[in-house]
Design a protein around this ligand. Structure first.
Ligand SMILES: [Zn+2]
Length: 93
């Protein structure tokens, strides 16, 4: 069984994630660990997209970045190239 302590470790590992309810990126300081999981400190929602290392089409080619939405916005463009429908600019927030 996981506890708030485990989820706290998870937050440090994530650094940031995406709150679906707030429609915004939440950084570690805006996240709270409880025994139920990780929640957004602002709205209290557990509906978060988990970050993952992906090749973001909006970042340098062939360099994996930690996408706050786990690459969920990446689609194939007209010419078969990868595009991301989100312009989250997570590094520049
Ligand atoms: Zn939220």
């Amino acid at each position: 069984m996981k506890t708030a302590k485990d989820y706290n470790a998870l937050i440090s590992d994530w650094e940031y994630c995406y709150c679906v309810n707030c429609n915004t990126i939440r950084y570690g300081a805006e996240l709270t660990a409880t025994d139920q999981g990780v929640k957004c400190s602002v709205c209290g929602s557990y509906d978060l997209e988990v970050p993952a290392w992906v090749n973001c089409p909006q970042e340098m080619k062939n360099v994996a970045v930690k996408c706050p939405r786990g690459g969920s916005g990446i689609i194939k463009g007209k010419r078969g190239e990868n595009e991301c429908v989100y312009y989250c600019s997570f590094r520049h927030a």
